[in-house]
Write a protein that binds this ligand. Sequence first.
Ligand code: NAD
Ligand code: DAO
Ligand code: ZN
Length: 369
Amino acid sequence: MKTRAAVAHQAGKPLTIETVDLEGPRAGEVLVEIKATGVCHTDEFTLSGADPEGMFPAILGHEGAGIVVDVGPGVTSVKKGDHVIPLYTPECRQCEYCLNPKTNLCQAIRSTQGQGLMPDGSSRFSLDGKPVLHYMGTSTFSNFTVLPEIAVAKIREDAPFDKVCYIGCGVTTGIGAVIWTAKVEPGSKVVVFGLGGIGLNVIQGARLAGADMIVGVDLNPAREAMARKFGMTHFVNPAEVGGDLVPYLVSLTKGGADYSFECIGNVQVMRQALECCHKGWGTSVIIGVAPAGAEISTRPFQLVTGRNWRGSAFGGARGRTDVPKIVDWYMEGKIDIDSLITHTMPLEKINDAFELMHRGESIRSVVVY
Ligand code: NAD
Ligand code: DAO
Ligand code: ZN
């Protein structure tokens, strides 16, 4: 079949809207009509050329929602007409990783997904007879996309696509890091570095978990109002702190954070996030993806004296199991997604979403097909 898609031909160049060829689903695969997709910082990271694993030409996008329109042989867990959210972290429920409760990093299709290919080693997308690569196993910047069955979460049918697509990455990453990775307890003191599409979801996750003090740190003063709406109790702009940020935060939290979250991808900030944690027990969770080759550092004594350094991918969520739950939380009014979707646009305007992100004007832009 033919489908409209935004194609990334080259790093650093805008996406181009084209009609590409898409092969139907093979065994264990599903064809999904994407109804809406968010544009995330990680798409920008790859498009910019900063992603060492970025490959071109490719169809980016990993934050979508849509409807199953066809299934390949052997597919049993979803059927035509089901509403789904594509998962860049699949859940096969059989691999060594899925069977270990300590991780959500299913490895069933890891190697081919990382090469921009379907599990059988080929691409379903092509243009003028030449293959176009998949991206993160999802490629939601195409109106139709093919995914492995284990990489879709079936969701309720009354959930609006243009809102719940954000659960495909940002919402789950932020809220999940609080609930599933850090397991923040009621009464905790939490510090969140970076109040963008991820950090604001960490803030609402911390509120959901019953944190008492939620400190937000951002260089952009325009982020304060939105963060307060989501539960932030104190705002710190590092540019306005005279002197070191770490002692300032330790003093503000009266001894240090029980939990901190780095939602920027800046290794200097990652160090601050660890070092503002409480001696003896504070845990810092790295969510931000740092540039290629970047390294983190601290004095080892920070760890010897009881601070913990952790990371979180997709919020520690097991997609097929946990994503439908988050959709329910949204539909029940327990979490807010609508306020975070600051811009919507048709596919033809997708490059505007990257511009808005660069200018710090959007939290989330959503493309509606
Ligand atoms: P964003 O650009 O929307 O937000 C980043 C925020 O950090 C902005 O508000 C910016 O003003 C602020 N900031 C930048 N430098 C700062 C500094 N030195 N001190 C304080 N604030 C600063 O980005 P996002 O979409 O929220 O993504 C955040 C990070 O999370 C990115 O690195 C992204 O790739 C990563 N990410 C990780 C996962 C995961 O599973 N681990 C998933 C999605 C995204
Ligand atoms: O299993 O080795 C692996 C890779 C898992 C990928 C997790 C990606 C999370 C961070 C990237 C940002 C996603 C938008
Ligand atoms: Zn698995």
